[in-house]
Design a protein around this ligand. Structure first.
Ligand SMILES: [Zn+2]
Length: 445
């Protein structure tokens, strides 16, 4: 079986009158055109075991269990992949449930599989993963549904995703001041009053340590409290007042971090914004400047660079996003030589273990024989006999100096790590290290 294409539809379309967010996958069933589900031994039992929640799918039978009955009686893989894609999205917390699978006219074994999505990226991924899941079930392998579902959960904003990845991957979360000695979960913040003045919305924050409101310690009113102003998608913080006994424990740093996390916004210093605030009788926490939480995103990027941890993050991410990345294999790429498909002596195609031979995740190419767009120059493909490819490509040959990475896959990495500038060099290095190649540049097409 082979995925021929996956397209995202957002708007009026010929598939549905009421649904406008649809994934359209074209699927070539190959030999499975002659092997519906009842002709594959154990398929019905195995899919029931892997995805018991498909029980709720009514399908054309109109009642729960209807879809399982269709599988038992025999239905085609395109239809099954459609239901699996919907179910994977449901398990990931998204509200989907509409799908259609129809044969492509005049092309035996080729199907249009259409289903709705809530989040475009999750929908696209659901299509690919459903394909993998059904292949696993056919091959009597156990698909890792929980891992897939995790991958499908829609990514919210980039900052939040990065923060989550950092938290998971680079403990301890070192974004700030080395004097932080207090454990983060000992400190809580609580929102207090909320009002407006000419600075914008002012929120009063009450700081708790070990569930104790430290607001009124030392008998000083206003101690432990701080005011913040939310304006233009930034949080402007005033000085923070911390009682003596907590002052050197790094409470302030943790509080800044929590405020930033809570609102999902970067924190800026009030002085930069010309907003000065003093509360009588309080103490200014002197080391405050060390935190300088001007822009969280920038901080994170700095941390990423300093700790050079982006590579392991990227490596793990590649394994999560592209199933089998660690077992990726390569061979000469193919190109259209006018005599049909020829092997390309100037490019090596890298393929995930479960994908088809010509389904490259990326290519390693000889930059002298490729143009800047990553295309094999037309004049080479036009002039007669194709060149000879040797048995196996030598990826260590320094002539292979360019990596051509496909934009659709790059987009998935961007969802987590932001724009390519944040990670493309690391990706290049990672590929070089992994395969011993000597690429000096990476381009995205
Ligand atoms: Zn159905």
């Amino acid at each position: 079986m082979k995925i021929k294409s996956i397209n995202v539809i957002n708007g009026k379309n010929k598939w549905s009158e009421s649904k406008d967010k649809l994934i359209h996958m074209v699927l070539d069933l190959g030999v499975y055109e002659n092997k519906p589900s009842d002709k594959i031994e154990g398929f019905y039992e195995r899919i029931k075991e892997s995805l018991p929640s498909l029980q709720s799918h009514r399908c054309s039978e109109g009642k729960p269990g209807g879809f399982f009955k269709r599988i038992k009686d025999g239905t085609w893989m395109g239809h099954i992949i459609e239901h699996v894609a919907l179910e994977l999205q449901t398990l990931a917390g998204m509200n989907t449930g509409w799908g259609r699978t129809r044969g492509v006219k005049g092309q035996k074994g080729v199907y249009n599989v259409v289903f709705n999505y809530e989040n475009k990226d999750s929908g696209k991924l659901a299509a690919r993963e459903a394909f993998n899941v059904v292949n696993d079930i056919i091959d009597n392998k156990n698909p890792q549904i929980d891992i897939i579902v995790k991958k499908l959960k829609p990514k919210t904003n980039m900052q939040e995703s990065i923060r989550r990845i950092l938290r998971e991957e680079t403990k301890p979360f070192k974004v700030s001041d080395p004097s932080t000695r207090i454990e983060e979960d000992r400190v809580k913040i609580r929102l207090g009053r909320n009002m407006h003045n000419h600075f914008g919305k002012i929120q009063n924050i009450i700081i708790m340590v070990d569930d104790q409101d430290i607001t009124s310690e030392d008998g000083v009113a206003g101690l432990g409290k701080m005011n913040i102003v939310i304006k233009d998608n930034e949080i402007i913080v005033g000085d923070i007042f911390i009682p003596e006994k907590y002052r050197n424990q790094g409470v302030a740093t943790v509080v800044y971090q929590k405020i930033s996390d809570y609102f999902g916004l970067p924190v800026v210093n009030s002085k930069i914004k010309g907003f000065n605030q003093t509360i009588e009788g309080g103490y200014i926490w002197k080391n405050r400047e060390k935190f300088e939480p001007r822009n969280l995103q920038e901080q994170i990027r700095k941390v990423l660079k300093e700790e050079t941890k982006i590579k392991p993050i990227l490596n793990n991410m590649l394994n999560m996003l592209f199933d089998g990345f660690d077992d990726i294999y390569y061979d000469w790429a193919q190109y259209n030589c006018g005599m049909g498909v020829c092997c390309d002596p100037y490019a090596v195609g890298f393929v995930l273990p479960k994908n088809n031979y010509d389904d490259y995740l990326f290519k390693l190419v000889d930059g002298n024989n490729y143009d800047d767009d990553g295309d094999y120059p037309k004049e080479l493909s036009d002039d007669g006999l194709p060149e000879v490819c040797y048995e196996m490509p030598d990826v260590r040959n320094p002539n292979f100096n360019f990596i051509v990475f496909y934009e659709v896959f790059a987009e998935e990495i961007e969802n987590y790590l932001g724009r390519k500038g944040n990670w493309k060099i690391e990706l290049l290095e990672l590929i070089n290290e992994k395969f011993g190649c000597k690429a000096t540049n990476i381009i995205f097409i």
